[in-house]
Design a protein around this ligand. Structure first.
Ligand code: GTQ
Ligand code: FE2
Length: 370
């Protein structure tokens, strides 16, 4: 076969929209994952500043429907996505405002950062929102948000928008009215199912999605404190996953939610896994070392841990707990047979710190083990 025959072969392939595997093998079958998203941190000062200014300058209109500011991972080419699978945003609702009712196949969770008198109505159940509450929004459930108070309500949104769009599976529908009808007593699902180990005796189990729409902070905090007296994880210290109380499964098909407490001076061991996550620092001050780079955080900050990035957490204070809420795409990876996890064997599970996070430049993780 002559060179010109070979050249003609490649030309013909290109013309016919065909690609030879032998020209691209390492890029489509890398030896270990090479995440496109990068580890990143957003300071609360900036998040609050842009969200509150949006609250003053931008009204909530039909179409957008929400005043949400998305974390846009600098590794993802300008897409408004925190990781390849997860959308994360800060949503700001002014006092007495309404974010109109709609539904979509994207699955959603919210973690309340601040405010009193804010509420979310999910499929007819109006639940009031307080700091530390976690709210779920299963796919295709109607939802609208509002506030009965003078002060703003602020929360973190977590949705599977990137995955949903990658799969070409998004549907969206605005509700005919601005708000849906409230069909049961206020906080109905919390009162009915809020003690997860007890279920109304005449009702069947809720197998697919949790029957409860708001996980209240009071119960979450008690569970954290109780767990801390009994057990902990070497990689996450005192960590709990929010579950469907009827099945023990993740709250959404695509999103797992965690609350976690790093006890005073705790410093976890490093590990890595094929799932990506977005963290919100609820309380305290500390750092997470991600692929050797130290990310210092304090209350209100949000940060991303990409897939297969080694990470360990530490509480920088000796006399105060640190608490983090986080969303993970673990259920997707597990369901598709792609979940893999390993501890980092190096020096007692701690990484060598080679630098500090610098928001003025994008550092891509080396695909080699740190
Ligand atoms: O609150 O319904 O951040 O539909 C993105 C899409 C929030 C919401 C977001 C949404 C919502
Ligand atoms: Fe929505």
């Amino acid at each position: 076969m002559s060179d010109s025959e070979l050249a003609r072969l490649y030309d013909d392939m290109a013309r016919e929209h065909l690609t030879p595997l032998w020209k691209l093998e390492s890029s489509i079958l890398p030896p270990v994952p090479c995440p496109k998203s990068v580890a990143w941190l957003w300071k609360w000062k900036e998040l609050f500043d842009v969200a509150s200014r949006s609250g003053r300058l931008v009204t909530i209109e039909r179409g957008g429907d929400r005043r949400a500011v998305a974390l846009s991972n600098p590794g993802l080419g300008g897409a408004p996505y925190a990781t390849p699978t997860l959308w994360a945003a800060v949503q700001w609702l002014n006092g007495h405002e309404v974010a109109p009712a709609h539904r979509h196949t994207a699955q959603a969770v919210r973690f309340i950062i601040d405010g009193r008198g804010g509420y979310s109505t999910v499929q007819g159940d109006k639940v009031y929102l307080g700091r530390g509450d976690m709210v779920i929004n299963p796919p295709w459930y109607w939802h609208d948000h509002g506030s009965d108070a003078d002060e703003p309500t602020i929360w973190m949104d977590g949705l599977d928008i990137p995955l949903n769009n990658y799969l070409d599976a998004n549907f969206f529908e605005p509700h005919a009215g601005e708000q849906q009808a409230v069909t049961q007593v206020l906080d109905g699902s919390v009162m009915k199912y809020g003690v997860g180990q007890l279920r109304p005796a005449w009702e069947p189990r809720s197998d697919r999605y949790p029957p409860i729409f708001a996980y209240k902070w009071e119960l979450t905090e008690r569970a954290l404190l109780n767990l801390s007296r009994v057990d902990s994880s070497p990689f996450d210290d005192v960590a709990l996953e929010y579950t469907n109380p009827h099945t023990g499964r993740s709250v959404m098909d695509t999103i797992s939610c965690w609350i976690q407490m790093l006890r005073p001076a705790a410093h976890t061991q490093a590990h890595r896994h094929t799932s990506s996550a977005v963290y919100y620092v609820f309380e305290g001050r500390g750092a997470t070392v991600i692929d050797g780079i130290r990310f210092d955080w304090e209350q209100g900050d949000m940060f991303v841990v990409p897939s297969w990035a080694a990470h360990e957490h530490l509480n920088a204070l000796n006399d105060q707990r640190a608490v983090m809420f986080s969303i993970h795409d673990t259920p997707v990876m597990a369901a598709l047979g792609k979940y893999r996890e390993e501890p980092l064997p190096s020096s007692g599970g701690r990484q060598k710190v080679t630098g500090r996070f610098d928001s003025t430049r994008v550092q891509r993780a080396n695909s080699e083990a740190p």
